[in-house]
Design a protein around this ligand. Sequence first.
Ligand code: PEP
Ligand code: MG
Length: 829
Amino acid sequence: MSLIITSPLRGWATTLDSVPDPVFAQRMMGDGVAIQPLGDTVVAPFDGEVVTLHDAGHAISLRSAEGAEVLIHIGLDTVMLKGEGFTPLVVIGDKVSRGDPLIRFDLDAVALAATSLITPVIVTNAEAFAISRRTVDCAIGACEALMTLVPVQAEARRRSDDGTVVEQAVTLSLPHGIHARPAARIGETARRFEADVHLLNGDKRGDARSTVALLALGTSFGDDVVVQTRGDDAEAALAAIVALLATDMGEGAPAATSILPINEQVLRAGQIGGVIASPGLAMGPAARLRQAEIAVSRDGSGPVEERAALLAARCDVRGRIAARADSADGSVAAVMQAHLALIDDPELLAGAEKRIAEGRSAGFAWRGAIHDQVDAIRATGNAHLIERIDDLIDIDRQLLSTLTGTPADAESVPAGAIVVADDLLPSQLVALASAKPAGICLARGGPTSHVAILCAGMGLPALVAMGDALDAVADSAPLLLDAEMGHVTVAPLPADSEAFAARLAKRDARREAARAGARDACQTADGTRIEIFANIGTVEDAVLAAAQGAEGSGLVRSEFLFLDRETAPSEDEQHAAYQGIANALAGKPVIIRLLDIGGDKPAAYIPIAHEENPALGQRGIRVALARPDLLETQLRAILRVQPVGQCKIMIPMVASIDELRHVRALVERLRGEMGIAAPVEVGVMVETPAAAMTADLLAAEADFLSIGTNDLTQYVLAMDRGNPAVAAGVDAMHPAVLRMIGETCRLATARGRWVGVCGGLASDPAALPILVGLGATELSAVPGFVAEAKQIVRGLTLIEARAHAELALQCKSAAEVRALARVFEETRR
Ligand code: PEP
Ligand code: MG
């Protein structure tokens, strides 16, 4: 007869291996499961009797009528709290029923005082009971099935007639039968005894010390296997092997009520994985977009006519792009501006003219000129630049479709459909937007491409780099696009569609509520102030951000002023831009990042010698320190902004304290020269592992720290953020990145400095509770996400967020963190 142990707490169930205390992790007290609590009341896991209750109120054990003994130990090192924060609700000897409250504890206070809140639930009499099934790696509610215990039955043993062999049958609880890992455990146990040990499955017999022989038994979950032992210590060997085989050996199965196992979250049958380019959810029919090649004739009707045709087509395209730029804001307008520059690009025009002069048609000449540039960009090998090739191809297509009268592809997409394409050009996406698609799935593309930026700006959920598997998606096939987890489900089951629709409805309700409270200051449900700022590049962005309820700007990407031009902007030009941004944000804090040029953001007039590895070369503050003229001009322009102090200065790509000292000294000198009495704050960006790990040293001298998760991710994971070949792995939710963020917050806040996050992770709804839990108190997001970010933070308590973040740090992959985040969202009050 088996005994079901239910969870004594609401939380996240995990294996004992995750408990940072060898007493539990090494099963010194017995086997079991650990729970990261999200609730504050321990309840009885079965009907039984209280057999021990520690004076400090942190640990209790119960015995069931069958004799199973279970210990519940709330948090680690909690004995030191001497009872503070724990309220026992029972006494030793009390008879309790499953679900009866046993101990209430102050989640907040205990979390702050203890090493960890993780709560082991241990079966202490392993000689009598083995765990045949356990729930791990998923959310669990109090009173939901946690473990199944089976008695170790000594009476089921049989002895051969000659008395030399003892044997016992046991039903396998291993979810996948005896495969390599359990076989190794069985062999290890058998080797501790002198006796011969064999396992029998039907007519197959294998030596327990041989992994291969055990695998050859071909066992499955539920098989009745016979253990036979012979020799001096046969009884002891039999007991040990049977006890082991009666358990699931830690290979727990998820509870029926829980989500899918995490490693199946990303790719179940019918799901196709991808890289999240723009987070969100969408459901709808697939709308396949196929791009026919636009044919052009080689020879023209004479240079005069072809020149005129090219000019007319360029005028047309220019007019259309300019109109889109006028009616767009933020990132869409910025992409349109980049395209306007391309249509008049002198290199392209010269290349086309040369071919027209040789007798080619306008279309042939234009395409040739574009391809020259594409080849040149490819030859650089710079993955980020290569992503920009799409913009050239886009301009090529727009011009050729105008020249040849070929209609745009986007018109055929029905509203509410999920666009499925090999790749998408920025102009196609902009044209598509009017058809109101629900989401985008691309086989190719990268997460930092213009299409990705545009989707994020439009709030359109998008997955990219989905690969050839996308080819199999038929037109009109129903799709569930989960750009929070990073996959699409093709032709879902009705139950999946229903669950997805419920998630969507919840999200929409949150958005609606967000709009209502967009202008209010943001704090958590338990009163911790979290500032929600916006990342901006231009005055227009600042106006938009203010309208969305941004409480300031946590990142002004000042390099926008420096890119795509022949010379650096003057002090006056910069000052006008910074003052405009400060005015638009009406006295709210404005954090201006110093020129962040180099790496993937080259400026022609700031020559940087060829570098083998630009991401690790002259970037950010390194360039500014090498060009003191530029740095000084920029600092003066910022210091002139009125009121003094509204603008704070932030240093990009810091790797050492000297860089901060250098800038600080310069700011102080300029303040003196300019007669500015009021202090001006200088902070650092944490984008390098060096900055993260020395956050305490930086915090001793910086006024604030702001984590740039985009670069931090590429440097922590050693994966180029612009390289589509590694795009699938570049996820800031990777536990390594989260641990860096956690360390940064811990080290800096201990020095009394606040830490913000201004990288892309602050615009990811799934990440916000984790970031708050790790200690960030300022989040700077894309303007369109500001209101929703406030709403998410308002729905959190700090204690909940901390417990959740602690779990995230224990996850083994970004996918597991994302699964955890989804559960958190679903189980939150
Ligand atoms: C970052 O690295 O996270 C960041 C905000 O800077 P950028 O994306 O502009 O490099
Ligand atoms: Mg950066």
